[in-house]
Design a protein around this ligand. Structure first.
Ligand code: MN
Ligand code: MN
Ligand code: ZN
Length: 281
């Protein structure tokens, strides 16, 4: 696994590369704009140039853009759904300009309309988004969720249902968040449970469709359906799962991105823990 963290773009997108380098990342994830607002600021050519120069100079390249937290392409509210689709399209174009291969987004929440409604609405939305960005090389990754509220994507079957309805298959994939799948009820704490969950994942989604991981321990119990990230080894998942994951040959060249609490110092600590778990150095 190629290891990294989600880093801030404060002070400009190009600054994220320096931050990633300083904390020992081999890859990283960013938001391309404020994740709590719909506003889409202009991405200046000078900023793109500086970003790419930093990537070349420091030798650490980004794997993923994370979409805005407001995005809900399953929303029964027309205005919210339209804004969400436009936001995803904008982020795909921004990722493409920055040379970032993947956009990660949360599938969405049905707000009372039911799981099937959400899955169909998401698939329809994705077809529109992928069609309108077919001039880019960016692959869109659905992130597994903890299943809080009316969020869908907490069962692997939800994601395969959507994938099977996406027309441009080579631009859709999945990002597995370890905290989220654990909270959703998938155990990975021992060699045995890890194997069982991974075999099921391969059967339902297929390893070839797993393009990224979010590496987070969980403050909450197995099956709690609560999304609360914890530092690696300090939560209810524990260190063994991460040892199995970073050494899993099925995911040798797959990025694993930390989204743990504890700021820059936390990231430094967690990245060095993950690196120390590798049997190859
Ligand atoms: Mn996420
Ligand atoms: Mn995540
Ligand atoms: Zn989370």
């Amino acid at each position: 696994m190629i290891l990294g963290a989600h880093v801030s773009i404060a002070g400009g997108i190009s600054k994220s590369v320096e931050r990633a380098f300083e904390i020992g990342c081999e890859t990283f994830q960013i938001f391309t704009k404020n994740q709590m607002q719909w506003k889409i600021p202009v991405l200046k050519d000078s900023e793109i140039k500086k970003f790419k120069e930093n990537v070349a100079k420091l030798g650490v390249s980004p794997a993923t853009v994370h979409s805005s937290y407001l995005v809900n392409i399953a929303s029964p509210d027309k205005k919210t759904r339209l804004r969400s689709l436009n936001d995803l399209i904008a982020d795909i174009n921004r990722a493409d300009k920055l040379g970032i291969p993947y956009l990660v987004f949360h599938p969405g929440a049905h707000k009372g309309k039911g799981v099937r409604y959400a899955l169909d609405t998401i698939a329809e939305g994705l077809n529109e988004v992928l069609f309108k960005t077919n001039n880019t090389k960016v692959t869109v990754l659905m992130e597994t969720t903890a299943g809080e509220g009316t969020n869908v994507g907490y069962k692997f079957e939800h994601l395969s249902y959507i994938m099977n309805r996406v027309e441009i298959r080579n631009r859709i994939g999945v990002c597995i968040d370890t905290c989220h799948i654990f909270a959703a009820g998938y155990d990975i704490r021992s060699k045995h449970t890890y194997r069982k969950t991974m075999n099921f994942l391969d059967t339902v989604i297929g390893f070839e469709n797993i393009k990224a991981f979010h590496l987070n321990d969980s403050k909450r119990e197995l099956g709690s359906r609560m999304d609360r990230h914890e530092e690696i080894g300090k939560g209810k998942i524990g260190i063994k799962a991460f040892e199995l994951l970073v050494n899993d040959h099925n995911f040798e060249n797959v990025p694993g991105i930390l989204e743990t609490p504890g700021g820059i110092d936390g990231y430094k600590r967690n990245i060095s823990i993950l690196k120390s778990l590798r049997r190859w150095k």
